[in-house]
Design a protein. Sequence first.
Length: 224
Amino acid sequence: MADVKVLGAWPSGFVYRVIWALKHKGVNYEYIEEEDLLNNKSKLLLQSNPVHKKVPVLIHDGKPVAESTVILEYIEETWPHCPLLSEDPFERAMARFWIKFGEDKALAFFTFYRADGEDIEKAAKECKELLRIIEQHGLAEKKFFGGDKIGMADLALGWIACWLEVFEEVVGVKLIEAGSFPRLHQWIQNFKAARIIKENTPDPKKLFSHFKLRREALIASKEA
């Protein structure tokens, strides 16, 4: 049996992409929590990801693979059963397009999370514009980005369903409401109701406490 390990940190949405994919495929793995990523990275992490020194890292039979979207592709190729990508080349290309779009635009949402005072309104406006693009052109009329079933793009964009809601609560500004984003709102409900997501997502209250304290520290450091 293959030896599979995941180096992660519980608050990270990037880590959960990997966990969701492995759970979807039914691949057994050992999860290793990085206790203090900011101040005391483990020797195993530094050896496994010497370039970025970040989680997640997938270690398969001693071979480390870094970067969550690269890991998703590796998982799909290594364990092709229960596919996360369509057999159709066009549909695969579209999934990869929206995965890349999400990666390229994620900074706007972290800017929203870190924003304070008058900057919040500007950051929220930019986020809503991006969400509108994702809803209209990415999700369109589909149940999931991959069609009727959860696919790789859904896992890659899953932070919108499970982490953005926490950011909204921490900042005190709602970005996604049923009236404004009906299809995206419904996708969030569908995504969170899936068993592999529901059973493998951190407690929202714990996430809220973590990100609230972190945001307060970030704002305090800017004001210092």
